[in-house]
Design a protein around this ligand. Structure first.
Ligand code: 0X9
Ligand code: ZN
Length: 310
């Protein structure tokens, strides 16, 4: 099969995991093809100088600022199903007319690959790479765990000071250009972003803050209720729902906790398929089933966000 689909002018599909150039090429194609619905925002540059892109998907039906959903993928390099799902969601929202209602009352900010250096490294050199690719101190070990590098309870449980560890927290909160740029962008939109969704794998679970320890926010029951009704839309895969530290393990400096800490009421980490048979090495034949199962949950999230005041 030729890599360029001559009918659509881009090479995106969900039968394989794509390199960064394909994903970024698709984002550029969407932005130039649908300027009234898509804005491609360059929010910064990775350690290895790759652009960091956020896609804003909107419907200019009115000039009022709408409540917004944030979705990111690819915090962890090897969790390839995450950028694949984020890209699938972008396609559904932009190119599938049946989904137009999802744009009526809600804006979407989607960052499919937060850690592009790690993502490319996992394709080219080490399939199980997790972290960024920054050079750390005097050791030959590279990279910081972006999900231990956010600035809430930074350096607490489940983090490491050892640059060779896969959960190395970095020299300070937001030491990584990727987490720094992302957090600055989200902070600038914090009054409109009502839901923070970060896509990881694996385990089939919806994780709710706090994750730094088994501690529950005062509005935990609201967060639990929304997550339960979202995962009730899944028909193919069963997801567990619960406190991140309780049903996974305590880990501080996560993006979910940070988003919650700045006042985004609904903040979740979704650990996608599978439950361990293939783990990070989920075969590409699973991409479409996972994406198709997940997408209807966005109806639930969008309906909730649409009711929230900006
Ligand atoms: O450990 C992580 O960063 C996440 N699991 S993963 O296997 N994708 O690495 C879980 C993070 C849950 N959230 C917090 N602990 N804050
Ligand atoms: Zn992860």
């Amino acid at each position: 099969m030729s890599s360029l689909n001559t009918k659509t002018g881009h090479s995106m599909d969900w039968t394989k995991y794509h390199r960064l150039a394909d994903i970024y090429g698709y984002l550029n194609y969407l932005a130039s093809t649908y300027p009234s619905r898509v804005e491609l925002i360059n929010i910064g540059t990775s350690y290895e100088k790759r652009p960091l892109y956020v896609v804003r998907i909107f419907n200019r039906s009115s000039s009022v600022v709408k409540p917004a959903v944030w979705i990111d993928g690819g915090i962890h390099a090897r969790e390839w199903i995450s950028p694949a799902l984020a890209t699938y969601i972008i396609r559904q929202l932009v190119e599938v007319p049946a989904n137009e209602a999802l744009l009526c009352n809600v804006d979407w900010f989607i960052m499919p690959v937060m850690n592009p250096d790690g993502y490319e490294y996992s394709h080219a050199f080490n399939r199980l790479w997790r972290k960024t690719r920054s050079v750390t101190s005097w050791t030959s070990c590279r990279g910081v765990d972006p999900n231990r590098n956010f600035g809430y309870k930074w350096g607490g449980l489940g983090t490491s000071t050892n640059p060779c560890s896969d959960v190395y927290k970095g020299t300070r909160a937001f030491s990584e250009p990727e987490t720094f740029a992302t957090s600055n962008f989200i902070k600038g939109k914090a009054s409109s972003i009502k839901l923070y969704l970060t896509l990881h794998s694996y385990g089939q679970a919806a994780l709710i803050p706090w994750g730094y320890n088994v501690v529950y926010p005062s509005d935990y029951s609201d967060m639990l209720e929304l997550a339960k009704s979202a995962v009730s839309k899944f028909t193919k895969y069963r997801y567990r729902v619960g406190n991140a530290a309780a049903i996974y393990y305590p880990a501080a400096g996560g993006s979910d906790d940070w988003a919650k800490s700045i006042g985004i009421k609904y903040s979740y980490t979704f650990e996608l398929s599978d439950t361990g048979a293939y783990g990070f090495l989920l075969p590409a034949s699973n991409i479409l089933p996972v994406c198709q199962d997940f997408f209807p949950a966005l109806d639930v999230f969008a309906a909730k966000v649409a009711t929230m005041k900006v």
